[in-house]
Design a protein around this ligand. Sequence first.
Ligand code: IDP
Ligand code: MG
Length: 152
Amino acid sequence: MAVQRTFVIIKPDAVARNLMGEIIGRYERKGLTVVGMRLEKAAKATAEAHYAVHSARPFFADLITFITSGPLVVLALEGDEAVSVVRNLNGATDGRESAPGTIRGDFGMSVGANLVHGSDSEDNAKAELALWFPNDDGITSRKRCDADWLDA
Ligand code: IDP
Ligand code: MG
């Protein structure tokens, strides 16, 4: 088993819809540990750096407008295979197609306003964590009291 850290955004649509607690609760109940968390309105430069890989896509401008439109929550999550575990919990990009039981499948009907972001690889997780939590500022690793059950 490989303990990983991954990066999550609870996007402005989810914060506006008061789904923060629901979403964080799903990650916690699954067995991931929240090791960093911040509510903020993202700077345009940070949003553009985060989504740089999509800069040539036709939806890029709308994506940056959306992600900077209101407060979002950035999370650092730790756990066994955290990168893929979070991607599975989040569900497919388009809420109309994502499976019931996933965050997007349960709460969304949009491809753009799709509630959450999760890093898609360990390398991207490291880069995104460095962008949003520079120098590990605000990161506090800790052991869950149920850790022995989670990796039993
Ligand atoms: P992901 O978030 O599931 O990894 P990506 O394809 O990496 O999906 O796209 C990044 C984000 O860009 C999506 O989460 C969504 O907010 C937005 N996006 C992706 N495709 C479209 C589209 O076709 N129209 C509008 N927004 C899109
Ligand atoms: Mg992606």
